[in-house]
Design a protein around this ligand. Sequence first.
Ligand SMILES: O=C[C@H](O)[C@H](O)[C@H](O)COP(=O)(O)O
Length: 223
Amino acid sequence: MTDRDADKRLAAAAAVDEVCDNMLVGLGTGSTAAHVIALLAERGLTIETVATSRASAALAERLGLKVRPFDAVARVHLAIDGADAIDADLSAVKGAGGAMLREKIVAAAADRMIVIADGSKRVERLHDTKLPIEILPFARAFAVERLSGLFEQLDERTGYLTDNGNIVVDGHGWNDADLPGLAEALAAIPGVVGHGLFLSEIDAAYIADNGVVTRLERGRNPR
Ligand SMILES: O=C[C@H](O)[C@H](O)[C@H](O)COP(=O)(O)O
């Protein structure tokens, strides 16, 4: 295990310590969230889960966790997920793995949403991180044209479809001076069905850096 991977597992373990019997837990997607799934399976708690991607559902089921279909679930007790970048306000960019739409829905359904990450994800500002945008294939050209006013460069992921059957365009060179304004502008484009800006969903974060775990709670963090 690399140092970075060890940090991911440490952050995951800190979040898993918040999981109790009888909880319905939202499972995130990605290499850090995979540690959560493995640790939950190891701990043998009496829990049920919902997954934010087919990959996480498959991993969880393979390791023996009970995974409920999310389409019949309105509320989750705790969601635990990774991030591509997170700042001191607990605003984050997610979606390098293309799962941001389902991740945001499960995060919104959760009483508490925790991000787990290694120290490389902690940033002063988010704008250096590519911002993934999920687009209905029907709207591809139209949405990209509308997005071009918000980004210096847009790269479509070739040959890739999300679990929802949509395309993903990664936006580079964006202005983070008004994050709520940007989120609003993205949501206002017909055909854009999701994006990786998480501004209000995250309640806490466990960031592990060289073996030391720091907990951040919304509204209570020094800059
Ligand atoms: O779509 C992917 C998710 O938002 C991931 O949670 C995020 O990309 C972080 O993944 P990782 O833990 O592999 O860096």
